[in-house]
Design a protein. Structure first.
Lengths: 201, 304
């Protein structure tokens, strides 16, 4: 059920693996600071790459403060508003931690914040699963070009981009390497089109 | 997967597995949550076009479409223009004019779904055409096997009974073969179709010999309504030789499961004690049917 992956070879590396690790450490610290110790907090990663990122943030929080933050995943595919623009997508896993989300502070974790449509879909999906006390958003990269009134609470890196550019977050668990890569799109009609739409999530 | 689901042979192993995975994810997603409805197919229209009686298939498709927020129009031949003599084509064109995105069709004529697919723009899902195919039943059976036994490849499956009139048997043989299971059809010679040697399955007339080496035994109903001839001397003799009673069920390996697509005739092809035993997956099959049909609707309508 994996997406067809474009080769991660082309493009300019914006964050290397050690940069990515530092950024995750910082987000973990910021969460601890802003939530005053991350009590009653649940991290929900958005598949595919938000899930390993959520787990890593939870690991770092545990390493820093000895606190175990429950981690889950929230697939938003069935809530997307752009389903009809492409072939049916495979579903990712939705797995809430045992305590659920009712009354909790839910922090959504995703790799790239772009148009904001994924986050909107995530908020809709969350509404069907329970009633969190509050919802926050953590992203590794914010590349701008929002189409909805959405902003992140925790941002690893703000990355000014042109709309046509592609930003890819690679994580070891999925791609075998940690990095953030930016590239110009392939010429019109080439295989990059599908990838570009994925970025638009 | 193409625009339609007309035959279990339309699916290759990767597509079938993707459908089963999607169904599993949908089942997990809707289990035990307050809001079972998903917004995915909002604004889409699914027409259930049933020319033959059906309880579980129609209700199952209706529930699946509604859980995905599609609008459902139920059409049954009784009490409609069909009773006045309207043919399939004109009914199809009417549905087309109403803007149906998908038509779920059951018809007593083999090939009806295939013909319909040539007349409408929307997706056609074959919910049983005569004695030909019933692909979503095969998918839910495969799903149930995988859920109970953890795999499909390598399983030994016996399909027992009225193979001749069974669209379930044909679709199951095709799909299970695609997914790597070994199927044995067990029936009296009169209830095996002509040309069955060309099917990717072995055949046997002896149920007792097949049972000890089975992972799955699937019992089929004897379809009296399709019989205009006598295919066996008496019900009693059929049950004696091909019915799954308690004594026969004991010959099955410990882990083997007993399936039945329903409706069951208790005491004929299956003894009530066996139908209600922990081996029996009859009610699971019904529950799984909704998830599998949601997956099919999602794959056909959930994209461009």
């Amino acid at each position: 059920m994996a997406y067809a992956e474009a080769a991660p070879s082309t493009g300019k590396t914006i964050l290397t693996d050690s940069d990515v690790h530092r950024v995750i450490d910082r987000i973990a610290h910021q969460i601890l600071e802003k939530t005053r110790g991350a009590a009653d907090t649940v991290l929900l990663g958005i598949p595919t790459r938000g899930v390993p990122l959520a787990h890593r943030i939870a690991e770092r929080i545990h390493a820093f403060e000895g606190i175990r933050v429950p981690v889950g995943s929230l697939d938003v595919t069935l809530y997307r508003d752009d389903l009809r623009s492409q072939a049916p997508r495979p579903l990712g896993p939705t797995q809430l931690p045992p305590g659920g989300v009712d009354g909790k502070r839910v922090i959504l974790v995703d790799d790239v914040l772009f148009r904001g449509r994924t986050v909107r879909a995530a908020l809709d999906a969350l509404r069907d699963l329970g009633r969190p006390a509050s919802v926050q958003l953590a992203v590794l990269v914010d590349r701008g070009h929002r189409e909805l009134p959405i902003r992140a609470d925790y941002v690893g890196k703000n990355l000014p981009t042109a709309v046509a550019e592609q930003v890819r977050v690679l994580v070891t668990e999925v791609d075998g390497v940690d990095a953030v890569v930016i590239s110009r799109p392939a010429p019109a009609g080439a295989a990059g089109g599908d990838r570009q739409r994925r970025e638009a999530r | 997967m193409t625009r339609h689901l007309l035959s279990a042979a339309d699916l290759d192993a990767a597509e079938a597995t993707a459908l089963l995975d999607t169904a599993a994810e949908l089942a997990r997603l809707t289990a035990g949550r307050e809001v079972k409805k998903l917004p995915t197919l909002r604004g889409r229209t699914v027409v259930n076009l049933f020319y033959e009686d059906s309880t579980r298939t129609r209700i199952s498709f209706e529930a699946a479409a509604k859980r995905l927020s599609a609008d459902v129009i139920n059409f049954s031949a009784r009490g409609s223009s069909v009773a006045k003599g309207e043919g399939l084509k004109d009914t199809a064109l009417t549905l087309q004019a109403m803007g149906a995105d998908a038509v779920v069709v059951r018809h007593s004529a083999s090939g009806a779904a295939h013909r319909l697919a040539g007349w409408v723009d929307g997706s056609v899902i074959n919910a049983g055409d005569g004695t030909h195919e019933h692909p979503t039943q095969a998918l839910l059976d495969a799903y149930t096997m995988r859920a109970r036994l953890g795999r499909i490849a390598g399983l030994k499956v016996a399909i027992v009974g009225d193979v001749l009139h069974s669209r379930v048997a044909r679709s199951n043989v095709l799909l299970l073969h695609t997914l790597g299971a070994h199927v044995t059809l067990v029936a009296p010679p009169t209830l095996l179709p002509v040309g069955v040697d060309a099917w990717p399955a072995t055949t046997s007339y002896d149920l007792d010999a097949v049972l000890p080496d089975c992972d799955v035994v699937m019992m089929l109903r004897v379809q009296r309504e399709r019989m205009d001839d006598s295919f066996f001397p008496s019900t009693r003799e059929y049950t004696r030789r091909y019915g799954l009673d308690t004594a026969r069920a004991r010959r099955l390996p410990e882990h083997a499961i007993v399936m039945h697509p329903g409706p069951m005739i208790r005491g004929m092809e299956i003894a009530p004690e066996v139908a209600d035993s922990p081996r029996s997956t009859v009610t699971e099959q019904v529950a799984n049917g909704v998830s599998v049909r949601m997956a099919v609707l999602y794959r056909l309508l959930g994209g461009a």
